[in-house]
Design a protein around this ligand. Sequence first.
Ligand SMILES: [Zn+2]
Length: 255
Amino acid sequence: MSWHVPEEDLHAYARGELAAPALWSADAHLTSCARCRGVLAEVSDPVVLDTGWERLDAELDAPRTGLLESLLVRLGVAGHTARLLAAAPVLRRSWLAAVVAVLLLSVGAAHTVRDGEFPTLFLALAPLLPLAGVALSYGPALDPTYEMAVVAPMHGFRLLMIRTAAVLGVALGLNGLATLALPDYGLRALAWLLPALALTAAGLALTPRLGPVLAPSLTAGAWVGLLVVADALRAGAEAPLAPFTAAGQGVAAVI
Ligand SMILES: [Zn+2]
């Protein structure tokens, strides 16, 4: 290599004062010339370099605050609670997309196949979403903060309640929006709400006994079984399934 960046140019380069086009040739040359990089390191102010490295180091180590987490903090939620909430698997985009897809499909089905006075498929699926959300929020397999939660000076029950409140808030909100897309059915389209709360409560109550996978699975299975039995027992094709009648809603409210 015959040409090298003149030393006065390197001084200017180090101060950030070298102007184009000399800057471009210096940039291009420095990537391929160790000798000029050596000279540049010698003429650079070590204090400026060190503070630069420190800033970069701090930036790389700093925990990244997500959009949701900063929003929660701004709304007055304590920092550690906001982090636990934001780490909930249910609040991730993939989960939300899955919930929205299920709701869109069942709302679409309610619009195209109108069987009776009730949007049966929608009412059958909607209560399962908050239950699945709670199940996915807790447990070593699915929770990225599980190990942190186990060793944190915080009661596991409190964490479960925080997560459950977050899941219910999101899932019930999305279900509610989907209900608005079914105005033809009126208030009947809200018959998922009490079963949703009943299933979530039953799943939570069984979790200490059966574990975070079996408890919600059994609860969901029982709901599906109940719907199948109710479908076999109903008076006619137009009659509502038992859980969506006044009596069924009462049972759900009691649970
Ligand atoms: Zn050079």
